[in-house]
Design a protein around this ligand. Structure first.
Ligand SMILES: Cc1cc2nc3c(=O)[nH]c(=O)nc-3n(C[C@H](O)[C@H](O)[C@H](O)COP(=O)(O)OP(=O)(O)OC[C@H]3O[C@@H](n4cnc5c(N)ncnc54)[C@H](O)[C@@H]3O)c2cc1C
Length: 375
């Protein structure tokens, strides 16, 4: 007997909420997507996300990936991680890992635009301006409202948050030489700096910058005149990527590690940053959120014919599948941050030596790359 489509309300207008709405519509569920109008009208985000192959596979399945403009996606073929001593370098290449690309860098605003367009073409998705709008009561409410999700408190969820006292400065840059698909990252006390190869505004020569700094220092960097900021950047990168110029605004993002104590209950579930937040140093936050989407869709799609999508026992299967990998990634990012934030001489020596050793230990490098590629 064919069961009638249950209704799921997806609350969250960010990339995780949109991906979930699309994934659930493909399962034949009726989806109410709650999206405040202002986010839809002006997504303008200077960030460039590093996405792993699992996220790309999901976006492809949702017909979002192929709708991305050509210059909104850049494959990463080489990744160089530098410590704070000359020669302390760890390098990953796509050919060594026997993959076509190590990751893809995508324009955050274009990704949201492509998802929003796909939602417009999905007849099973009803777009609703607010959760109080009239309509059939949903069997399940999926909360993907980001790290400030107001609904957690009403659901009785405890949110444990550790403020790193750091701010990530994000911006777009243009270089005077081609990026050649190389992503750069500097780990040293007290900052972490990433240059992600990109096509906008200048094809083949642009980067997305993510520069995590102690909050006070980030504040001064954000206040600097463009020329002074570029000089600070030249010093921090040693000009290895060429002369870098700002191509637009700089935006600061306060950084924290956070986790919800429960991810589901009867008729509700949490996903993405509403459930967990990690430091962006490994570029994994959205990858984790999209893995939540894939896992929840798989759980709901594989439910017994008599079970409702809001059944807590069913939703716990999703939580069990995702808690372990998320906690592991939170530990890795937090551990790396503490290891590289420490300024003491012996720790500094150990971490620099560690980078060199890992660079020469083929099996360990492969293992690390595997974790980074597949989450
Ligand atoms: C500087 C920086 C760089 C990063 N780089 C990477 C990277 O390279 N790779 C990566 O994987 N991750 C990266 N991340 C992490 C990534 O940005 C987040 O993990 C991702 O945005 C989480 O998506 P989300 O949809 O869960 O939450 P959000 O992006 O926060 O979206 C949630 C949205 O829901 C809206 N909302 C709130 N309440 C409601 C409601 N009641 N109804 C409807 N909507 C509501 C919010 O206003 C918000 O717009 C980075 C983060 C930072 C800060």
């Amino acid at each position: 007997m064919k069961r009638s489509a249950e209704c799921v309300r997806v609350q969250g207008s960010g990339p995780v909420g949109m991906a979930l709405a699309l994934a659930l519509a493909r399962l034949g569920l009726h989806v109410q997507w709650i999206a405040p109008a202002e986010r839809i009208a002006a997504p303008g985000d200077v960030r460039a996300y590093a996405l792993n192959p699992a996220s790309v596979a999901l976006l492809r399945e949702l017909r979002v990936w192929d709708a991305m403009p050509e210059d909104g996606v850049t494959p990463v073929r080489d990744m160089r991680v530098e410590g704070d001593r000359p020669g302390a370098v760890l390098e990953f290449t796509a050919w060594q890992q026997r993959v076509g690309e190590l990751a893809w860098i995508v324009d955050a605003a274009e990704l949201e635009r492509a998802m929003r367009t796909a939602i417009g073409f999905a007849p099973a998705i009803e777009i609703v301006g607010s959760a109080t709008a009239p309509g059939a009561p949903p069997a399940l409410v999926a909360h993907a409202e980001g790290k400030h999700a107001a609904s957690r408190e009403a659901l009785g969820v405890r949110w444990t948050r550790h403020d790193y006292g750091q701010v990530a400065v994000a911006a777009r840059l243009v270089a005077d030489r081609p990026h050649a698909g190389v992503a750069w990252q500097w780990f040293r006390s007290p900052d972490v700096l990433a240059l992600l190869p990109f096509e906008r505004p200048r094809a083949g020569c642009s980067y997305g910058l993510v520069w995590s700094q102690p909050a006070e220092r980030a504040k001064s960097l954000l206040a600097l005149e463009p020329a002074a900021f570029e000089a600070a950047l030249a010093e921090a990168t040693g000009r290895v990527a060429g002369r870098l110029e700002l191509a637009g605004d700089r935006v600061g993002w306060p950084l924290a590690l956070a986790q919800a104590d429960r991810w589901c209950g009867p008729g509700w579930v949490l996903l993405g940053d509403a459930a967990h937040v990690v430091h962006p140093l490994a570029g994994q936050g959205l990858n984790l959120g999209l893995a939540d989407v894939a896992a929840l869709a798989q759980t709901l799609g594989g439910r017994e014919p008599w079970r409702s999508v809001g059944d807590e026992r069913l939703l716990r299967r999703y939580e069990r599948a995702r808690r372990g990998p998320t906690a592991a990634m939170a530990q890795v990012t937090d551990g790396l941050l503490h290891l590289f934030a420490a300024d003491a001489g012996p720790i500094r020596a150990v971490r620099n030596t560690g980078l060199v050793l890992v660079n020469h230990a083929g099996w360990l490098k492969r293992w690390l790359a595997e974790r980074a590629l597949h989450g």
